[in-house]
Write a protein that binds this ligand. Structure first.
Ligand SMILES: Cc1cc2nc3c(=O)[nH]c(=O)nc-3n(C[C@H](O)[C@H](O)[C@H](O)COP(=O)(O)O)c2cc1C
Ligand code: SF4
Length: 524
């Protein structure tokens, strides 16, 4: 008798001992071990799944010392144990989600082309190859897909611009830099279902007439890099990449490039500079990358999740994707719950779910058990929102109207011990550290911003300095060359607006005057 057991190879699962558990389980001759991706319930990792007639029964979180006991009770038959969770796909947390982009993550063996095809893989590319380039782009446009990397720009329009550009050489570049705080969905898709990204990029290449592609991955993601490189090799071997893809005459070559680790290299023009082997510095726009991108050629730059959504859009049709969501935010978004949260992980669901639902229903509130006070949505440049805004639907326009942004879907939770004046200071400091240095409002403005906030915290000319901070924020918003300096005021202003009391503490309650002066003198 052979029993199939799944133990994730996802780096979050590995960080809490999945490799050790996998090795211990694999010693039993009855076991056929598969290293899957994580289902995204990170608080249950390492989550071991056993295939039984009742379905895939989960046990978790499993520690290496639990393995002996699991075998002793007969977990290979799905036996009862204190760690037994029941059929994994029936767990309410998972069953209530709408898994579209992540439909296969955690389910399949990420490096099995057979498993990929058995679970619907390649249907999108086959469909695309039976259509004209214009028809493929029309389908993506009608789906309402907007870039998942942060700005929410319509993907179909970007692709149409590249298709219409005249050039014998065009590129498709996948932005897998994923620098936003509390985000990890790109990594999980690359590690858990790499062929989806490869298929999405190949569809994009066909649609615009590109022959070369690059996946720009952050250096902190060695597992994703390794899985992608293996997957690309397997895809070449199956005729899914290279010359005459699936006998269609299409040529598309794909490679992985590893970034050096600067936040700004996630901005698309900076990423292109880095891909060309230069320092990651912003390029002024126009010209836009769609017309003048990698090595000056027309280039699609899309996020992992944008490209990862494309196979489903082609396979199931634009209407099926557009049926999810609200207003102009169509389809599903992969939200990432992080920070001080009881159940951190990914929640893929249609746009329109409320912020409160994500934090309280899925996330289970704070991990510390203390009341939640603030949530930062959309990465380090996103707004800090108070609990009173928990009714806000996850929708690009609703968030913009509230002075916030959905961004890449990262949700970082803070409990009531957070000091929001220090968080505002952190936002400015982050910009000072990560600024590419090309323009003055960002390079100098962020340093001045830290100084002004220090004075406010220390109680020095508080009212005047709050006005000065507001002025500085206006200048950074209006005068910065890119969204790094342009959006840094968002977290700062939201903190001042929603948590004014934290900026009004007596000097002795917060930063002391002495500390503030020392910090100023140290040039921090
Ligand atoms: C400072 C900064 C950092 C960014 N980091 C990322 C990133 O890590 N990943 C990403 O996909 N987009 C990032 N973006 C957005 C990209 O510039 C670009 O809009 C995106 O990759 C386009 O793909 P999409 O249309 O599929 O979202 C960043 C933007 C800025 C201003
Ligand atoms: S805003 Fe900042 S990161 Fe963007 S170009 Fe200016 S200095 Fe560089």
């Amino acid at each position: 008798m052979t029993v199939t057991v799944y133990v994730p190879r996802d780096s979050a699962a590995k960080s809490v001992g999945a490799d050790e558990i996998a090795a211990a389980i694999a010693e039993d001759p009855r076991v056929r071990l598969i290293r899957n991706g994580s289902r995204g319930m990170l608080w249950l990792e390492p989550l071991v799944e056993v295939v039984t007639p009742e379905g895939r029964i989960g046990y978790g979180p499993v520690a290496p010392e639990d393995v002996e006991g699991l075998f002793a009770v007969g977990f290979l038959d799905g036996a009862d144990h204190r760690l037994r969770l029941g059929p994994v796909d029936q767990l309410e947390w998972l069953a209530s989600q709408t898994r579209v982009t992540f439909a296969r993550v955690g389910v399949v063996d990420p490096l099995s082309t057979e498993d990929y095809v058995a679970h619907g893989g390649m249907a999108g590319l086959h469909k695309a190859l039976s259509m004209t380039q214009e028809e493929v782009i029309a389908e993506v446009t009608e789906s309402g897909l907007r870039g998942r990397g942060g700005a929410g720009f319509p993907t179909g329009i970007k692709w149409k611009t590249v298709l219409d550009a005249q050039s014998p050489l065009k590129f498709v570049c996948c932005n897998a830099d994923e620098g936003d705080s509390g985000t990890f969905a790109d990594r999980m898709l690359m590690e858990g279902d790499p062929f989806t990204l490869i298929e999405g990029m190949t569809i994009a290449a066909y649609a615009v007439g590109a022959t070369e592609g690059y996946i720009y991955v952050r250096s902190e993601y060695p597992d994703a890099v390794s899985v992608l490189r293996q997957a690309i090799e397997l895809a070449y071997a199956r005729g899914w990449l290279g010359d005459d893809i699936l006998g269609s005459g299409l040529t598309f070559d794909l490679a992985v490039r590893v970034g050096a680790g600067a936040y700004i290299c996630g901005e698309e023009t900076s990423m292109l500079e880095s891909l060309e082997g230069k320092r990651g510095v912003i390029r002024a726009k126009p010209p836009i990358p769609a017309l003048h991108g990698l090595f000056g050629k027309p280039t699609i730059v899309n996020n992992v999740l944008s490209l990862g959504s494309v196979p489903m859009i082609l396979a199931d049709g634009a209407k099926a994707f557009a049926a999810y969501g609200v207003g102009r935010s169509r389809g599903t978004q992969v939200f990432q719950l992080a920070g001080n949260i009881a159940r951190g992980g990914i929640v893929e669901t249609a746009f329109g779910v409320t912020l409160g639902d994500l934090v309280n229903h899925y996330g289970g509130g704070s991990r510390s058990g203390r009341p939640v006070r603030a949530v930062q949505v959309g990465g380090p440049l996103g707004a800090y929102l108070p609990v009173s805004q928990f009714d806000l639907p996850m929708d690009y326009e609703a968030f913009a109207a509230a002075g916030a942004m959905v961004g890449h879907g990262g949700v970082v939770v803070f409990d009531d011990t957070v000091d929001m004046a220090k968080q505002a200071r952190f936002a400015m400091e982050f910009c000072a550290v990560e600024s590419c240095g090309k323009c003055t409002p960002c390079r100098i403005g962020s340093v001045r911003g830290v100084e002004v906030i220090d004075k406010i915290i220390a109680g020095r000319n508080r009212s005047e300095n709050l006005v000065l901070l507001d002025d500085l924020c206006d200048l950074m918003t209006d005068g910065s060359l890119c969204a790094m300096g342009g959006l840094t005021p968002m977290p700062v202003r939201s903190a001042v607006k929603h948590f004014p009391e934290d900026f009004n503490k007596l000097p002795t309650e917060g930063f002391s005057i002495l500390e503030a002066t020392q910090s100023l003198e140290a040039g921090r």
